[in-house]
Ligand binder design. Structure first.
Ligand code: NAD
Length: 258
């Protein structure tokens, strides 16, 4: 579904981003693995290359506008296009608002809202030249409903859905679609770390935290697998999804329908 396409994925050295990169590569795309962690970026690109895919590591901090823009332009020069951008890098911090460190708040907003703006700003001229583009912003059910303790994460995810709508309008006449993917609880290091913290605080095993905290919230009573997110991202990145733009697409095992 992505034969001949070039995809640039941020936060691609772990969790959802890593699986999206693999899913895109399996569908024929050349993938640029971008992450803050350069060692893990190189390892991920090497593993995909060893499987016979075209993969290239371009580590960068997405909060550094010039580094992020430079990376996108280097990928364009190397491959001749950047057809797909996945703004996926993310991190979490949980605390009630009155104790929420302000620098943490700013960092989370920068990584998950300002950086997708940087990415869009710098990839738009390339995509407009190509007359084709797909941007996927990794939002969350946190972009749709409130969660106590997640002031920064929740604000960033609500914001990135707004950015998605504006970008979709500005890209529409140029063959560019922009969508936000809103996963529920996905089994990744980010979620495992949160659950581990809860297990330690409550002095109970991890499995009981999943059963007691997650299952009552999710009608399907399970964590989503990264492959499910990747499959959806492949569709949104493909030619088949050309009519889908400006949407916040939800994949949450039923969380938000209750
Ligand atoms: P993860 O922790 O496994 O991966 C996140 C990656 O982002 C890491 O490799 C990290 O190094 C990278 N990153 C962090 N800051 C960065 C920066 N400044 N520059 C470049 N890279 C940076 O997390 P994940 O669960 O795979 O999450 C990926 C995305 O999916 C995030 O945006 C997250 O909010 C979103 N999401 C996750 C879930 C879930 O349940 N796991 C649900 C909804 C949305």
């Amino acid at each position: 579904m992505l034969e001949g396409r070039v995809a640039f994925i941020t936060g691609a050295a772990s969790g959802i981003g890593l699986e999206v990169a693999a899913g895109f590569a399996e569908e024929g795309a050349a993938v640029v693995i971008s992450d803050l962690d350069s060692e893990k970026s190189e390892r991920a690109a090497d593993e995909l290359s060893a499987r016979g895919f075209e993969a290239f590591a371009a580590p960068c901090d997405v909060t550094d506008e010039s580094a992020f823009g430079k990376s996108l332009n280097e990928a364009y020069e190397r491959f001749g296009s950047v057809d797909i951008l996945v703004n996926n890098a993310g991190l979490q911090h949980i605390s009630p608002i009155e104790g929420f460190p302000s620098d943490k708040f700013e960092l989370l907003i920068k990584v998950m809202l300002t950086a997708p703006f940087f990415g869009t700003k710098h990839v738009f001229p390339l995509m407009k030249k190509q007359g084709y583009g797909r941007i996927i912003n990794m939002a969350s059910i946190n972009g749709l409903v409130g969660f106590a303790g997640k002031a920064a994460y929740n604000s960033a995810k609500h914001g990135v859905i707004g950015l998605t709508k504006v970008s979709a309008l500005e890209g529409a006449a140029h063959g560019i679609t922009v969508n936000a993917l809103c996963p529920g609880y996905v089994d990744t290091p980010l979620v495992q770390n949160q659950l581990n913290d809860l297990a330690v605080t409550r002095k109970v095993p991890l499995e009981s935290v999943i059963e007691e905290v997650i299952f009552p919230l999710v009608p399907q009573k399970r964590l989503l697998a990264v492959e499910e997110i990747s499959d959806y991202a492949v569709f949104l990145a493909s030619e088949k999804a050309k009519g889908v733009t400006g949407q916040a697409v939800v994949l949450d095992g039923g969380y938000t329908v209750q």
